[in-house]
Design a protein around this ligand. Structure first.
Ligand SMILES: [Zn+2]
Length: 297
């Protein structure tokens, strides 16, 4: 996967196709400011970028660790993020709370991973994006698009001159959208996917996998949104008999089968399935009764 210079905007492909724990990064070489967005593509590439071309500031599309993995290289630089996604960057306990990791043994495990693998360190020098802000970086004009759902403060960015739309974690992958955190929201995710489709872009950048779309993603949009309804369908099918939460999780309805590392995917399965159960309850399609989820006929 190649890096691409697109006018003053550069697509920097992440290691392992930008799959977790990596993502693709974006670099903008404005005349006023040079900015790296989501510094988690590749340690070597980011070191070279810093040494050879220079970086003035870091922007984060949202608070997830696979977008700040190499932020420690830029610890003296100003960081900009949505104020709604800032709390987890200020305190590792808030980050664990926002992921919904409550059991003490699991918290210890995730805490260690955040500290060792992602070198988590509280960010004290954050600046905030304003809703709908338009930022002039010098020959690069960036429109900040509020796209909640994946996280409450997730931002997408539209680079006006190049007509490039950075979608962030609305990544159009075949796995589908993530909305498994405590503050993630399925309805907001759908709204954001639909909003992004309407932006008059010519090139689309996502944070993971394919990463660069030089033609309109077309059917990828609908396919991506449909994954939400397919997940819902699987949950409803499984609830033809009443089931406990643990039975539903053990059926691997979202991931299809157990995957390694198990603790990681079990966490993901639980998180996403729980969101679907809450969503279906809200729509009065299921009820929780006597420790079992049941269809409302
Ligand atoms: Zn994310």
């Amino acid at each position: 996967m190649k890096d691409r210079q697109l006018g003053r905007v550069r697509f920097i492909s992440g290691d392992n196709k930008g799959r977790y724990p990596f993502c693709h990064s974006v670099y903008i070489a404005g005349e006023k400011e040079r900015i790296v967005i989501d510094p988690a593509c590749s340690l070597d590439k980011l070191k070279l970028l810093q040494q050879n071309e220079g970086v003035d500031a870091v922007w984060l599309s949202h608070w997830h660790e696979d977008h700040f993995a190499f932020l420690y290289l830029f610890s003296d630089y100003p960081v900009r993020i949505s104020p709604r996604d800032y709390p987890p960057l200020t305190d590792i306990n808030i980050l664990l709370d926002w992921y919904g990791v409550m059991r003490e043994d699991q918290r210890a495990f995730w805490r260690k991973m955040m500290l060792n693998q992602f070198r988590y360190s509280p960010v004290n020098n954050a600046r905030f994006f304003k809703d709908g802000e338009i930022i002039d970086c010098g020959s690069v004009t960036v429109e900040v698009l509020d796209t909640p759902g994946h996280t409450p403060g997730h931002l997408s960015l539209f680079f006006r001159e190049e007509k490039i739309l950075f979608l962030g974690d609305y990544d159009l992958t075949s796995f589908g959208p993530w909305y498994g955190d405590v503050h993630s929201d399925i309805d907001e995710t759908i709204k954001s996917i639909r909003h992004l489709q309407k932006i008059p872009a010519k090139i689309w950048i996502t944070s993971h996998e394919k990463g660069l779309f030089e033609e309109n993603p077309g059917e990828f949009w609908q396919r991506y949104e449909n994954i939400i309804y397919e997940r819902d369908g699987k949950v409803l099918e499984f609830l033809k008999q009443p089931r406990t939460l643990e039975e539903i999780i053990a059926a691997w309805l979202i991931y299809g089968k157990p995957r390694e590392p198990l603790f990681f995917y079990e966490f993901g399965e639980r998180a996403l399935v729980t969101k679907h159960l809450q969503w279906l309850e809200k729509q009065n399609r299921i009820i929780f009764d006597n420790n079992h989820y049941c269809l409302i006929q």
